[in-house]
Design a binder for this molecule. Structure first.
Ligand SMILES: [Zn+2]
Ligand SMILES: [Zn+2]
Length: 108
């Protein structure tokens, strides 16, 4: 990372900190937790009861700041589901197709 990128990252982190410490987020997050029964909604779809770890922005907070406090844009997820979803979004954005490890060992 160069100085410019570092500075941008610092600014983004500061901004994120301010957002997640805000009263508005606190209220919004609480409403979503109650709505989702404090459970991971992805796991629930698969009939698994898993307590949430994070409140995730379905549409990225950075790309859609106007939806940052919209309850319909928020969902409770466990770490496993959250990682899977964040990775899927990132992969889609970069246009990279994930090759399943070990699927075709003869090619690799
Ligand atoms: Zn889950
Ligand atoms: Zn997330």
């Amino acid at each position: 990372m160069n100085r410019h990128q570092l500075y941008n990252k610092y600014k983004r982190d500061q901004e994120a900190k301010k957002f997640y410490n805000s009263k508005a987020w606190e209220i919004c997050r609480t409403n979503v937790l109650i709505r989702d029964y404090y459970l991971c909604q992805e796991c629930l779809k698969n009939k698994l009861i898993v307590v949430y770890d994070v409140v995730h922005h379905i549409k990225s907070r950075l790309e859609y700041p106007e939806l940052a406090l919209t309850e319909d844009n928020l969902i409770c997820l466990c770490h496993a589901c959250h990682n899977r979803i964040e990775n899927a979004v990132e992969t889609k954005e970069k246009g990279i197709k994930l090759i399943e490890m070990g699927a075709n060992p003869e090619i690799i």
